[in-house]
Design a protein around this ligand. Structure first.
Ligand code: PHE
Length: 336
């Protein structure tokens, strides 16, 4: 039986055939098991030698199975390696090489950064995860202020000191960080991501703003208006821009205004489009940052970058900006 099984094993050409041999030899109703079953009918003195002999066959057969299995497996691996080898001598396939594209938001951020750099603004940054204090309190939005509700804030759990972090709801906390860390005169812009718990055709839970802050000793609304006009002319690439400041309210500016631009700039005459908010920095905010409001004043504004991109490049749906759809990016993206 042993030599019969060993030659069957040696003859097995692949792993499937080998497995069949294993089952027919060592399986529950296999040939070795059948021999083993005869043990019971033997006289007691013969059982011991017979049992030992059958076990020896069993061991020998399973060793042969194992070693043949290893041989077949490495042969299978060799065959696969040979058949899947890449032929690096083949010539490159003809056709267009696919090239990355710059996302419209990144492109507009770069455009705006360049425009403001020409006007002498430096770039400042702050973290997306912000303290409640910088996002609200120091901006003159105290604990129970209704503006907190309007912001649809994503809150983190408070820590053991009861302090609460938030995903910043606007880029205005960068105003605070800047005033706390540098002395006037200050001229910065701060582009970045902001978050509000809100989603429909024109709102996404994450979007982009660009903040501007100017602090000096004789700054007034006229400077604010001039900077906004120059920015719009350069950004929309027009000689004249129709712009209006519509009275509004923000806790951190006084007076405050909404910035509207005439939609002529984008080929929609007769309409106004809101692009952001602005105003003169509120004296309380200056005091909160250790600046003397008798000596210093300044202005700030915040605009939606995504909104600016939609306007300039005629992109209809805001949600598509963040859909990771490559066809969309190929269409609206910019070449490197
Ligand atoms: N932070 C305001 C907003 O997100 C915009 C703003 C910035 C208004 C600076 C005034 C001054 O709506």
């Amino acid at each position: 039986l042993q030599s019969e099984l060993l030659s069957e094993i040696a003859a097995a050409k692949d792993l499937g055939a080998l497995e069949q041999v294993r089952v027919s030899a060592l399986g529950k109703s296999g040939r070795v098991s059948a021999v083993m079953k005869r043990l019971g009918s033997l006289p007691a003195e013969e059982r011991k030698t017979f049992g030992a002999a059958v076990n020896a066959v069993k061991t020998r057969v399973s060793e042969a199975l194992d070693s043949h299995k290893t041989i077949l497996e490495s042969a299978a691996l060799e065959a696969r390696l040979a058949s899947e080898r890449a032929d690096i001598t083949l010539p490159v396939r003809p056709g267009p090489v696919s090239e990355g594209r710059i996302h419209p938001v990144s492109h507009v951020m770069d455009e705006l950064a360049e425009i403001f750099a020409d006007m002498g603004f430096a770039i400042a940054e702050g973290p997306d995860i912000e303290s409640d204090d910088y996002n609200f309190t120091k901006l003159n939005i105290p604990q129970e202020h209704p503006a907190r509700q309007e912001h649809d804030t994503f809150y983190f759990h408070p820590d053991s000191n009861g302090e609460r972090l938030v995903l910043r709801t606007h880029t205005s906390p960068v105003q605070i960080r800047t005033m706390l860390s540098q002395k006037p005169p200050i001229r910065i812009i701060a582009p970045g991501r902001v978050y509000r718990c809100d989603s429909d055709q024109t709102h996404t839970p994450m979007f982009h703003q660009i903040e501007a802050l100017v602090i000096d000793e004789s700054t007034h609304m006229g400077h604010l208006k001039w900077v906004l006009e120059e920015m719009c002319k350069a950004f929309f690439e027009v000689d004249e821009v129709k712009m209006r400041l519509r009275a509004s309210h923000f806790p951190f500016t006084e007076p405050s205004a909404e910035i509207d631009i005439g939609a002529e700039a984008i080929g929609k005459p007769g309409q106004w489009l809101e692009i952001g908010g602005c105003g003169m920095v509120h004296p309380n905010v200056l005091v909160n940052c250790g600046l003397d409001p008798q000596r210093y004043q300044g202005f700030a504004f915040g605009m939606g970058i995504d909104r600016m991109a939609m306007l300039k490049y005629g992109i209809p749906d805001l949600r598509a900006f963040f859909s990771a759809d490559l066809r969309w990016l190929r269409h609206y993206g910019f070449s490197m």
